[in-house]
Design a protein around this ligand. Structure first.
Ligand code: SF4
Length: 393
């Protein structure tokens, strides 16, 4: 495959990413007659929706392309941006192809958004999906299983297929394959970050939020095959960094490109985590609902949205830095994001104890000016390279 073909794949992914009216979801519905169910960032039970004949659709707000006219009226100025743009999209009809929304327990803002949804769109399914913070199977596990069963029942009442164990097992297998492909690209980027620029990987992940999982697999396979043999992509003298904090509201695409152009190789990140949420495949043998619950309890990515003892906070970041051989950390969080910003001091303490350099900045999904961040990230990358060259000279 040529560079032009890689470009064509990425353009296709970008087209889906910028398709705020979800035209591809509308086409899927016309063809399949299934339910399209939106979900907010972090983990949502996509396997269950898929097994009931539906299309899970990841909603990540409006990004930089939506003008907020009514959405601001619903939230105070000291709240992050994603709920305003999501409400804006709903009120302007962009999301009217969705038969329902699942709001996973991320933070109070998302809980409030689910309440607003219920009031504004009473005719559609609106489900606050509580997830356990007690990881004992007898406690949190039993609770989560009941949540999943209730969601399956509500979907069925709205016209979805009844949840059958065999269908759920097939859907779990489908998402296992998809996660493995995504993880494979993350591994390749760790080894040879020049082959998989993060802004490209990010667009591929975003496209996967609205495509059927099988179609997304195909896109990932084509991309992987293409970059493996593209010898025009050569290593450059960039600083390897882990980017953390961007697990819910996503930064604008231009910001990711800016960081890379400023001299950073992003070798690990928090973007679109739903595609990598389980770090092992979900077991296929046995009761599939129990298996899904078990994976959530034991194999989920550590996240500020999951309970963790405070002395553990930051250790995961240290592990990620070591595993990816990163030379520094970029704390890159949305403005007013409590889960990200409240954890940051503990994460900073943990990496400072290891002498890992870091810098921090904030963004909103519609931030338009990157010059200040470019200078900050560029200076950070330069100082890493200068320092590491000094100590190895
Ligand atoms: S960006 Fe942060 S504060 Fe805002 S909804 Fe997401 S997790 Fe909550």
């Amino acid at each position: 495959m040529s560079a032009a073909e890689i470009r064509a794949l990425i353009e296709k992914a970008e087209e889906v990413y910028r398709d705020l009216r979800l035209e591809s979801v509308r086409r899927w519905k016309a063809e399949h007659k299934g339910l399209a169910i939106g979900f907010m960032p972090i983990w949502a039970p996509r396997e269950l929706i898929h097994a009931q004949g539906g299309l899970p659709v990841g909603i990540m707000g409006g990004g930089e392309d939506v003008e907020i006219i009514k959405g601001d009226a619903f939230y105070q100025s000291y709240i992050c941006h994603i709920p305003r743009s999501t409400i804006e999209l709903a009120l302007n009809g962009s999301l009217d192809c969705l038969d329902g929304m699942v709001f996973p327990a991320i933070c109070d803002v998302i809980r409030n958004l689910s309440g607003i949804w219920k009031l504004r769109f009473p005719e559609r399914l609106s489900r606050y999906f509580d997830v356990p913070q007690d990881f004992d199977p007898e406690v949190g596990g039993a609770f989560m299983r009941r949540e999943l069963e209730e969601l399956a029942h509500e979907l069925e009442q709205r016209g979805a297929r009844k949840l059958e164990p065999m269908a759920l097992r097939r859907s779990i297998a489908a998402y296992n394959h998809n996660r493995a492909r995504i993880q494979g690209l993350y591994d390749l980027r760790r080894r040879e970050p020049w082959k998989v620029p993060t802004w490209e990987l990010y667009l591929l992940l975003r496209a996967g939020l609205v495509m059927p999982v099988e179609e997304h697999d195909h896109l990932l396979d084509q991309y992987r095959a293409a970059v493996e043999v593209d010898h025009e992509r050569r290593p450059m003298d960039q600083a390897r960094v882990v980017l953390t904090g961007s697990f819910c509201e996503q930064p604008p695409l231009g910001l990711i490109k800016t960081l890379e152009r400023a001299g950073c190789y992003i070798v690990d990140d928090d973007f679109v985590q739903v595609g990598r949420w389980f770090d092992k495949p979900v077991e296929l043998a046995g009761d599939p609902l129990d298996n899904l619950v078990h994976s959530f309890l034991t194999d989920s990515l550590p996240s500020p949205t999951r309970y963790e003892d405070s002395d553990q906070k930051g250790q995961e970041l240290v592990r990620r830095v070591e595993a990816s051989r990163a030379e520094g950390v970029l704390f890159c969080a949305p403005s007013f994001c409590d889960p990200a910003l409240l954890d940051q001091p503990m994460a900073v303490r943990a990496i400072e104890e290891r002498g890992i350099p870091w810098t921090a900045f904030k963004y909103a999904e519609n931030t338009g000016q990157f010059q200040v961040i470019r200078e900050q990230a560029g200076t950070f990358a330069d100082s890493i390279k200068l320092f590491s060259e000094a100590v190895t000279a």
